[in-house]
Write a protein that binds this ligand. Structure first.
Ligand SMILES: Cc1cc2nc3c(=O)[nH]c(=O)nc-3n(C[C@H](O)[C@H](O)[C@H](O)COP(=O)(O)OP(=O)(O)OC[C@H]3O[C@@H](n4cnc5c(N)ncnc54)[C@H](O)[C@@H]3O)c2cc1C
Length: 462
């Protein structure tokens, strides 16, 4: 275990193609999504042009942008590796939530119009609906229903942690509500939308709504069929630290999972492949091991029951997901800043890196409240003794005689322990509770570490 930061470290190499390709992919995914959200509005204006009073054009634009964003948010539900591998899982979910802003556009859109409402006002020569809104009875009904359900969807999303539902029930309701809003919104847009009446835009809306619905069918139906063909078995389960379990799964009748160290999977543990109960957990083992190992902290109703799982129980593994991946990165060393069970993905990365013939230098700064919470301590100390890892244990409540760091992983500690490797261009891998992650990011920015050199996994989508 180190008391002082290391002195001489390798200098910064040229960027490796894999990391640059990853960044390019992220940009490409972002640009495509932006294009997807803007395309209905662009198409509408290209076909008809903004001819109505500005308030009505604004209202129409809010409707078109909001509805497109809502439909694209289905594919940002976090299960499509094409998207989440490029953007990163955390960013994918942040975008999914950010798109919630679209909900505000949609909620505001009916109140922005200045033109008179209803077909009674439409002049026979006003086929382009420039002089009235032309709302028919059913279009009014679908619009109002979509508006009400959208408000409910927004309230449920904002108050998720305050609602007395289990996460799975919340997620199912969230998906069904979003689907109902999409269907009603489609009807409303096609019946009442001035721009959406243009055939090209009609088809675009139908295609986007079908894509949204398909993405739900994929996650709920098609993907589980694939999972059913590749079952896993609980091979071992043992306490790893205070209220933390180590779970080992072995493949049954297939060759297992190919993943990169640092990635995570969705686990279905006490249910069939089509069951709704599934939770994300980082893989803590190295890819060379046959079993997948996880470190699972008791947090709520699902994880509190983990310890009662019988050995031999069936499990299903959806993944791998996430881009907390150091493989192919150019940095000369890796510094891990982890809190509590957040060390799980770091362990996978450390185990894989340490097993390489030419491992990069690594430093783990690992915070816990007390010594009984430290995971894989013997293994980490053995790696430190072998010179493969610079281990810095930080305890909030240290035992008598403790000579390591004390307190929190705060800015002062991070600056003291990371200034040297920050200057050497190392990669930083962050995983832990949100306040720790925020403090660590701030501290690293203070040390001049570029965003591109920070990888982060949040153990929550909240
Ligand atoms: C990418 C990622 C990797 C993770 N890796 C680990 C790990 O290696 N070890 C570990 O102990 N924990 C990990 N977690 C956290 C773990 O998923 C939650 O603690 C667990 O799902 C809580 O479930 P619960 O029903 O016991 O608790 P609850 O009290 O129901 O949930 C606590 C919180 O966990 C989140 N959560 C619950 N269920 C889900 C779900 N199905 N999907 C997404 N979020 C959910 C919600 O924010 C919820 O508020 C990870 C989370 C994420 C997002």
């Amino acid at each position: 275990m180190s008391a002082e930061p290391s002195a001489s470290l390798p200098s910064r190499p040229e960027p490796a193609p894999a990391a640059a390709a990853g960044r390019r992919r992220g940009w490409a995914v972002g640009a495509l999504l932006l294009l997807g959200v803007l395309s209905p509005l662009a198409l509408g204006w290209a076909l008809l042009g903004p001819a109505r009073p500005w308030r009505d054009e604004l209202a129409g634009a809010a409707g078109l942008l909001g509805f497109a964003a809502l439909l694209w948010s289905f594919v940002l539900s976090g299960r499509f590796r094409l998207l989440s591998d490029g953007l990163g899982m955390d960013r994918t979910m942040r975008w999914h939530r950010a798109i919630g802003v679209a909900v505000l556009l949609l909620l505001a859109h009916p109140f922005l119009y200045s033109l008179p409402d209803g077909p009674a006002f439409a002049r026979p020569d006003d086929l382009a609906r420039a002089g009235s809104l032309g709302l028919s009875g059913w279009a009014l009904v679908s619009g109002m229903l979509a508006w009400l359900l959208l408000g409910l969807l927004a309230l449920m999303a904002l108050g998720r942690d305050m609602l007395p539902f289990r996460y799975e029930s919340w997620r199912t309701t969230h998906g069904l509500l979003a689907l109902a809003v999409a269907g009603l919104g489609l009807h409303h847009a096609l019946e009442a939308g001035r721009y959406s009446a243009a055939p090209a835009l009609t088809w675009l809306w139908v295609a986007l709504t079908a894509l949204a619905a398909l993405s739900l069918v994929w996650v709920r139906l098609i993907r589980p069929i694939g999972l059913a063909r590749r079952p896993w078995r609980v091979a071992a389960l043992s306490p790893a630290a205070e209220r933390i379990w180590e779970l080992a799964l072995e493949p049954e009748g297939h060759e297992g999972l190919r993943f990169k160290p640092g990635q995570f999977v969705w686990l279905k543990l006490d249910t069939g492949p089509f069951g709704r109960r599934e939770h994300p957990f980082s893989i803590a083992s190295a890819p060379s091991e046959r079993a997948l190992r996880f470190l699972i902290k008791e947090a709520g109703d699902f994880t509190r029951r983990i310890g009662a799982l019988p050995v031999g129980a069936r499990a299903y593994v959806d993944g791998p997901h996430g881009n907390l991946v150091a493989e192919g990165r150019p940095e000369p060393g890796i510094a891990f800043l982890c809190g509590g069970v957040g060390v799980a993905p770091a362990l996978s990365l450390i185990r894989a890196e340490a097993a390489r013939p030419d491992p990069r230098p690594m430093r783990l700064i690992y915070g816990n409240r007390h010594a009984g919470q430290v995971l894989a301590r013997a293994e980490l100390e053995a790696l430190a003794a072998a010179g493969r890892l610079d281990l810095v244990l930080v305890l909030g409540e240290p035992p008598p005689g403790w000579s390591g760091e004390t307190g929190q992983l705060d800015a002062a500690l991070i600056a003291r322990r990371c200034a040297d490797v920050a200057a050497q261009g190392w990669l930083f891998v962050l995983c832990g509770p949100p306040p720790m992650l925020r403090a660590a990011r701030r501290a690293l920015r203070g040390l001049g570490v570029a965003e591109a050199r920070i990888l982060e996994e949040r153990f929550s989508y909240g």
